[in-house]
Design a protein. Structure first.
Ligand SMILES: [Zn+2]
Length: 107
């Protein structure tokens, strides 16, 4: 029996994207009367860096998802570091330490 290949492997690897030059990453082009979907980038605003071609829609969706997830992750990390090490935390600590030290008179 022949080993059956199940078609091209699904690739979730990230492809380097560049902003579409035709629409400057806006995904739409200003027409005479209204904005038109940019055909150079499949109306995504992004093209493949290597070829400058628009990605097929089924690839594009995954690539945009990967980028969105990465961006979300980055936002969460920034939020967390702001909560843990931000100026608000230091202020609370100083405030707690301050009155105890200065108000103790001992008489
Ligand atoms: Zn475009």
């Amino acid at each position: 029996m022949m080993k059956k290949s199940s078609g091209p492997a699904f690739r979730a690897a990230q492809i380097d994207l560049a902003k579409c030059l035709a629409c400057h990453g806006r995904a739409v082009i200003s027409g005479v009367f209204h904005e038109l979907a940019c055909v150079q980038c499949n109306a995504s605003g992004w093209v493949a860096v290597e070829t400058g071609d628009p990605l097929p829609l089924e690839v594009l969706v995954t690539q945009l998802s990967i980028r969105l997830q990465a961006a979300d992750h980055q936002i969460e990390q920034l939020k967390r570091s702001a909560l843990l090490g931000g100026p608000a935390t230091q202020y609370d600590e100083n405030n707690r330490r301050g009155p105890g030290a200065t108000n103790f008179t001992g008489d």
